[in-house]
Design a protein around this ligand. Structure first.
Ligand SMILES: C[S@@+](CC[C@H](N)C(=O)[O-])C[C@H]1O[C@@H](n2cnc3c(N)ncnc32)[C@H](O)[C@@H]1O
Length: 226
């Protein structure tokens, strides 16, 4: 479905059923009640959700969650809110939360655009991670890509002054679009001249490693809110 008549906008994802492993299903059942925040059309009290007051980083579309778990463990002083629509991914990250005893991570299974619009208070985020955001590679699918001017404006609204937006992609055409959209947002400032060096906290994924060996590129972009 390219157009969602209930929301009057084009979505960046297609709902896939996907296979849920037994371990993922168990994680959803056992850890979901503690770490999964229900989507509601009302502001989320982040300090209450995490049980403390700490800087909060939002990760958009965490996939199977390996990177999210890695970063959350690396930075115990920050809290991480992961948003993903895909059920096996949510199960997979819950499983890692249990296995690795991660306390500073909470998840929401819902479209991030609605989460941002309805749950995230303006100026409440310390950072936003958008890694390999969506599979829309063809030019005719451009409109489905997340990183577009209105979405970036919405992210800026939710970031605290001095907060950062870190995007990464392995698709050059998308990297060019990201640089243009982020560069044209008056509230954002690039931390680099063009693309940024890969920040040390973002691990190379298996898939990325394979791509790099084949000579494919990966582009990181790190901007801060003025
Ligand atoms: C290509 S995958 C990358 C996953 C992960 N970030 C990584 O680096 O491996 C993109 C993910 O974003 C999710 N996604 C796309 N649009 C989304 C949206 N509007 N809200 C929440 N998740 C979304 C998809 O379900 C998918 O799992």
């Amino acid at each position: 479905m390219l157009y969602d008549p209930t929301e009057h906008r084009i979505r960046s994802f297609v709902t896939r059923a996907g296979r849920l492993s037994t371990a993922q299903a168990r994680a959803l059942e056992e850890l979901g009640p503690k770490f999964l925040i229900e989507y509601k059309k009302e502001p989320l009290d982040l300090a209450r959700a995490f049980g403390r007051k700490a800087p909060v980083v939002l990760e958009i579309g965490f996939g199977m969650g390996d990177t999210t778990a890695h970063i959350a463990r690396l930075m115990p002083e920050k809290d991480f809110l992961g948003v993903e629509v895909h059920t096996p991914g949510v199960g997979s990250l819950l499983k890692q939360i249990g296995e690795q005893d991660i306390a500073n991570l909470r998840l929401i299974q819902h479209d991030v655009v609605e989460v941002l619009n309805n749950m995230i208070v303006d100026g409440s985020l310390d950072g936003v991670h958008v890694f390999f955001p969506d599979p829309w590679h063809k030019a005719r699918h451009n409109k489905r890509r997340l990183i577009q001017p209105p979405f970036v404006k919405l992210l800026c609204q939710k970031l605290a002054p001095g907060g950062y937006l870190h995007c990464a992609t392995d698709w050059e055409d998308y990297a060019i679009q990201m640089l243009e959209v982020l560069g044209n947002e008056p509230e954002l400032q690039n931390t680099a001249e063009g693309y940024a060096p890969q920040p040390a906290y973002r691990p190379l994924t298996k898939f990325e490693n394979r791509g790099l060996k084949l000579g494919h590129g990966v582009w990181d972009l790190v901007f801060t809110k003025k």
